[in-house]
Design a protein around this ligand. Sequence first.
Ligand code: PYC
Length: 317
Amino acid sequence: MNVDAAAIRVIDSHTGGEPTRLVVEGGPDLGGGPLPQRVERFRREADHFRTMMLAEPRGFDAIVGALLCEPSDPSCAAAVIFFNNRGYLGMCGHGAIGVVATLAFMGRIAPGRHLLETPVGIVAVELISPNRVAIENVPSYRLRKSVSVEVPGIGTVRGDIAWGGNWFYLVESSPLPVVAENIDRLSDVALRIRKALVAANITGADGAEIDHIELFGPPSVSDAHSRNFVLCPGGAYDRSPCGTGTSAKLACLAADGKLALEVPWIQESIIGSRFTASYRPADDNRIVPRIVGEAYVYGETRFIAQPGDPFPYGIAT
Ligand code: PYC
C-alpha cells in the first residue's frame, strides 16, 4: 500500500508520561468490516506505515500508535487499531485514554460516555473533563495462578497469567526493588522472564504469547496501593501504570478476594504517574475494570518524505 507522507496528520499525547500517536488523516485505507480483519490487512499490506510512524528517526520505542478508523459497529463513536514498535496490540489502556483526550482536543467528542471499538472488543469510555478520561476495559480475568518458571541468571520466578486486553505475566515477588533508579535492570530482568516463558512454552489462552511482564513494589506515596513496572512487547517500559496491565492486576486481586467490587485501587507507574482503578463483575468469573487517568496533547506532526531518503519507513531493528 502506498503512503503519501504529505497527507498524514498525527496528534501526539501522553498519558502519565506514556506517548500515544494518533493518526487522524492519511493512514492506510484498510476498508471496512471487523477490526481484527483490518488489523491483518494492516500487518500484511501496510506494516511499513507502522514503522514509519514509530521507528526512529520519526519515533522511538515507547510510542504507541493508534490508527483512527470508521467503526463497524454504528453504536461506536470511533474505532482504533493500536500498534507499537514490534507489531499490533489488542487493546491499550493508556492509548485509549490518549485517543479520547485527543478527540476532545479536536472537538470531535463531547463530555460524557461513548463507545470505542478495538480489535479485542468494545470499550466504554467517559470524557470526564478535557484531560481526564475513564475507560471500561474489555472483560479481564486470571488464567493461571502462581506459575513458576526457571529464569537463567535469576532462578525460579512465580507469577500469575492474566488477560487485561493483552497477555500479562504478573511476577509475585520482584527480584529487585521497583524504583525508577532500577529501570535498566528491571528491563533486563523482565526481558529474561519473558524469554524464559517462551522457552518453557508458557502462554496465554490458545497458545497466545505472553508479551507483557509486570513487576510490583510498594508505592512512593501512602494513598496509592502499588507501583508497577511493565515491560512492553518491543522492549520499552511503560511510563504509565499501563491500563491493560492494571486491568490484569485487578483481575488477580479480584480472583484472590483481595479487592472488593468498586473499591478504588491506585496504581502508580515506575515514574510515579497514576491510574485510579476499580471493577465490576462480568460473566464467566471475569471483571470489567474501570481505569481513570489523564492525558495531555503535546504536539501535531506533518511528515515529509524526500526523494532519496535511505530510511523512508524508519530504521528497522
Ligand atoms: O496502557 O494498556 C496500556 C499499554 C499497553 C502497552 C503500553 N501501554
